[in-house]
Design a protein around this ligand. Structure first.
Ligand code: DX5
Ligand code: ZN
Length: 217
């Protein structure tokens, strides 16, 4: 069995206590960092300075999800600010293959992702060139939304395509992941679970992370 990685999203954390909120997820595998530009998605989150602060406050790999138009404009900056992986949306650039190449040239893990309404075929041509594929299971822009059930089918298809290619790329799922659906998401073929509100939402991130791990047992 594949070892499942957990990547809490700091979008849902208390930013006045960023350092502590990162310490609380020290037992996770990656920290998921959601960058939103108010153009590609209808919300603005944060950019390089917050990533750099998170980088200084934690030893976790920084998994950066770029919900920004033309992400290739900023790959170098996010790499310099401490990203370990950079994931770009196929809808955000006409040059997704070039963006992936650029990420790899920067020595970072290259990820590609797509919105729930985008046909999976859009990522297929680059599957052999990426280290990570992210299935969005909500429409990007906000934490705390409900998991779109049809995402399970999309995860299964991508798992099959990756296996057919003999790809070792991570298959990550982001949006509405909780202890209730985590097992089903993994059974469908995911290897990395992102969770924002399920980790940070209630009685502290440590407990939230623990509940997620328990749900996978
Ligand atoms: C949504 C972001 C997600 C979000 C997940 O645009 O990409 O990473 O923070 O939050 P939850 O787990 O609450 O859906
Ligand atoms: Zn995300």
């Amino acid at each position: 069995a594949r070892r499942i990685k957990l990547a809490p999203s700091i979008l849902s954390c208390d930013f006045t206590r960023l350092g502590e909120e990162l310490s609380a997820i020290a037992g996770a595998d990656w920290a998921h960092v959601d960058v939103m530009d108010g153009a590609f998605v209808p919300n603005i989150s944060f950019g390089m300075p917050i990533l750099a602060a998170a980088r200084r406050a934690s030893n976790l790999p920084m998994d950066v999800h770029l919900m920004i138009e033309r992400p290739e404009r900023y790959l170098k900056e996010f790499a310099a600010a401490g990203a370990d992986s950079l994931t770009v949306h196929v809808e955000a650039t006409p040059h997704v293959h070039r963006a992936v190449q650029q990420i790899r040239e920067l020595g970072k893990r290259a990820g590609v992702t797509l919105n729930p309404g985008t046909p999976l075929e859009a990522v297929r041509p680059v599957l052999g060139d990426v280290d990570l594929v992210l299935v969005m299971s909500v429409n990007p822009g906000f934490g705390g939304q409900k998991f779109i059930p049809h995402s399970l089918e999309r995860i299964r298809t991508l798992r099959r395509w990756l296996d057919e290619l003999g790809s070792e790329a991570e298959l990550q799922v982001d949006g509405g992941v909780s202890p209730t659906n985590a097992r089903a998401v993994v059974a469908a073929g995911a290897s990395v679970l992102v969770a924002g509100s399920a980790v940070y939402g209630r009685d502290g991130a440590q407990a939230g992370l623990e509940r997620l791990r328990e749900a996978l047992k």
